[in-house]
Design a protein around this ligand. Structure first.
Ligand SMILES: [Zn+2]
Ligand SMILES: [Zn+2]
Length: 348
């Protein structure tokens, strides 16, 4: 494929490391400063990358893993083997794979949890199981075009992902533009929106490293979705702005992401992700031009490879994000059907 004019001069993606097993084995990605480990996840995306950053005599933990017996057992094995204490836990954002064990670890290690404010409260909000049965959730899925029966089926399937994890109370706020000193080096907090409300990536200019969380992944396009608690949001607009900002970091930065492999090629990847969404926007417009359709109808046509109820939810939320973006631009319109679902068509 020919490079786009914008990508000229940007290096192609390069992957300097092999993946370790999902068993807590430690890899020195920046010798003396950063260790990388993988933990298993109980879903299609089957792993998360976690990092330990040297902090004086100890280590600062970046993300915690999902709260499962297996992950807890891995930490029980890894922690005593470290040559120093954990000095604090940084969670990039509120998704369960990133902070699921924050409560358990802050309690066990008696250290603070560093997180942005919106992510901290989102984590506490999503800790509530009851929200799946709330009228807002039901309305969100009815508006998307699901029948009452489909909705019940989906709610049942989603409940299995709910874990009653202990709450993290030892909280310290991070925000975009903050500087943290970890192990005598300056790390800059880089805020991002769209995938989650106030995601924090961490950039260390001295080491030339970006701990990117889910903000920049090498092959996966992180989910950008409209969620039931804020059904009129336009997260794709925020995501485009955030991609542009993160894509301006030095192109020789080593990106240490939360999933898949560490890589070089940050500028190109930010551009690819932008182009991916521009492509989806075009496809959504094309589909709406064919015939007016519901959110779920469009999601099924856009994402034919869905294999689970979780995939359905992600597809609905992602489709809705693209529809919200086009709606705000006035390129499509929507109307409410008698059945209570939205129907989208290309604006006249
Ligand atoms: Zn995430
Ligand atoms: Zn993630």
């Amino acid at each position: 494929m020919a490079a786009s004019p914008e990508a000229v001069g940007l290096q192609p993606l390069a992957f300097p490391f092999q993946a370790p097993a999902c068993d807590g084995s430690l890899v020195d990605v920046v010798p003396g400063s950063i260790k990388w480990l993988r933990m298993p996840l109980p879903m299609a995306l089957d792993h998360i990358n976690l990092y330990l950053v040297r902090d004086g005599a100890g280590w600062r933990m970046i993300d915690t893993g999902f709260d499962t017996r297996q992950t807890r057992a891995l930490w029980e094995k890894i922690l005593p083997g470290l040559d120093g204490p954990v000095t604090g836990i940084i969670s990039t954002h509120h998704h369960g794979d990133h902070c699921g064990l924050a409560g358990w670890l802050t309690e066990k290690l008696r250290v603070p949890l560093y997180m942005s404010r919106a992510e901290y409260f989102a984590m506490r909000l999503f800790g509530e199981k009851a929200s799946l049965d709330s009228w807002e959730y039901k309305e969100y899925f009815r508006r998307a075009g699901l029948s009452a029966e489909q909705l019940t089926q989906m709610a049942e399937a989603l409940k299995q992902f709910h874990v009653d994890s202990p709450l993290a109370r030892a909280y310290q706020r991070l925000r975009d533009g903050d500087s943290l000193v970890i192990g005598g080096r300056e790390w800059q907090v880089r805020g991002g929106e769209g995938h989650s409300p106030e995601h924090c990536a961490l950039h260390c200019p001295g080491l030339g490293v970006l701990l990117s969380g889910d903000q920049l992944l090498a092959r996966i396009s992180p989910n950008v979705g409209v969620l039931p608690f804020e059904p009129e949001a336009n997260p794709l607009k925020d995501w485009f702005i955030s991609l542009e900002r993160i894509g301006k970091l030095p192109d020789d930065t080593l990106v240490l992401p939360a999933h898949e492999l560490p890589f070089y090629g940050l500028g190109r990847r930010a551009l690819e992700l932008r182009q991916h969404h521009l492509g989806v926007l075009d496809r959504v417009l094309g589909l709406c031009a064919d015939l007016p359709d519901s959110i779920f109808g469009l999601a099924q046509r856009l994402f034919p490879d869905r294999r689970s109820e979780l995939d359905n939810v992600l597809a609905i939320s992602e489709t809705l994000a693209h529809l919200a973006f086009l709606l705000e631009q006035g390129r499509i319109g929507r109307s409410l059907t008698a059945a209570g679902s939205y129907e989208y068509r290309v604006a006249a």
